[in-house]
Design a protein around this ligand. Sequence first.
Ligand SMILES: [Ca+2]
Length: 499
Amino acid sequence: MKPFWILVSGLVGGLLSWGLPGDHATLRAADDVSRPNVVFILSDDHRFDFLGCVESCPDFLETPHLDRLAASGVHLQNAFVTTSLCSPSRASILTGQYMHHHGVVDNQHEVPPGTTFFPQRLQAAGYQTGFVGKWHMGHENDEARPGFDHWVSFPGQGVYFDPTFNINGTRKAFTGYTTDLLTDQAVEWLQQRQDTDEPFCLYLSYKAVHYPFEPAPRHHGRYEEAPIDYPETMANTERNYRTQPRWVLDRRYSIHGIDHMETGAFDKDPVPDFDDLYHRYCEAVHGVDENVGRVMEVLEQLEVADNTLVVYMGDNGFHLGEHGFYDKRDAFETSIRVPMLMAWPARLPAGKVVDQMVLNIDVAPTILDFCGVDPAATREMDGRSMRPLFAAQPADDWRDHILYEYRWEWNFPATPTTLAIRGPRYKYVYAHGLWDQNCFFDLQTDPLERHNLIAVPAFQEKIAAMQQQLFEELGESGGLQLPIRRPTGDRLDQRKRAN
Ligand SMILES: [Ca+2]
């Protein structure tokens, strides 16, 4: 047993640096659990509720490894993205900044030069850093980006099978399922570095479960017969669209609506079978889960699991029929909510569920905070460290609303430029540049966001106040400048309706 003074100094150090009275780890000497390793795992378009530990998860979907991660750590059940689109959200995760600060406003363009990603800060602080997977900022560019000692990636969206990876500048073709192969790469890097003393940060970014959903062959058909609980807002009924803006109904007939789903000049026609896609999506989620399990098992084998912070999240949500949609981008709940789990056995409580609203821009400041990087490094960030939320008595000064922004894309013109403010109960959504109505939802009485209350007299005062707050806060933050990008890439604007 350690001498009493070491226990006391460890306890005091823990309390001073963490402020987590009651945390089971506070009796450890402070240096035992400083500078944790980090494994950040990102999946693509994995919606928040297709996770076994969420009550509304489809009954048949199995995600045992992610459920175990939640049970061994913290489930942030109200996690959102500030922009629901691959590249902008990824840039927000890496920079801790809103889209209007980092400038990645679509999936077509590179990150502006001079942008700092959080792994650069960790690298400068002595961390070994590795990136494995989908980068997707700068469509055709698979070259290593700043901040990573080890780099495995591919251009743009990548492919589900037989990918070619750029491994530290050398391109190599592989045979197999990309989710498995990326895990192989991640595991290989973790295993080859085991004799070093430096902590590591692995940023593992899966291509799955993005469209076109392709499960591993061993999982294909696993859920074929599973009954689908279709969303209540999926049907094209008067009730579902009576109060919605026109663009919502109109979008049903775009490539991102279920009546024109992924069809048109650049894709196959007729419309793919919704049930098939739904089942393949679930099977692809199951494959990601299985691979997260592999990573966790390797951490155990390497005996680093206790002092490794594992973060799992999705880069944006995804509608599977909600509002007639088959995409993300907009400010409806199934678009902006993401799964987020965080485990660090040495420090974080097990099985904790956090209700407060957290954002993708909180990830970078949280990781840097946990890794003991100088807080000045987060000065440019819009997000906040989530650390206060993990204490036994969480601080009560956490944010009570979130801001959302999406900029209209030339490539997918059906979704307008959108600004939104969401509190625990109410959401106000402003569409810019349209002759249409805005939205106001009461998420308590109408969690499906079927009834737009924008014209209801009783809410006009509340609506005006939220609109004012939205524009005040965005204005103060510099978010009212509209970036206009040169059209580039394919324009998928086919409509399946004449009017
Ligand atoms: Ca995505």
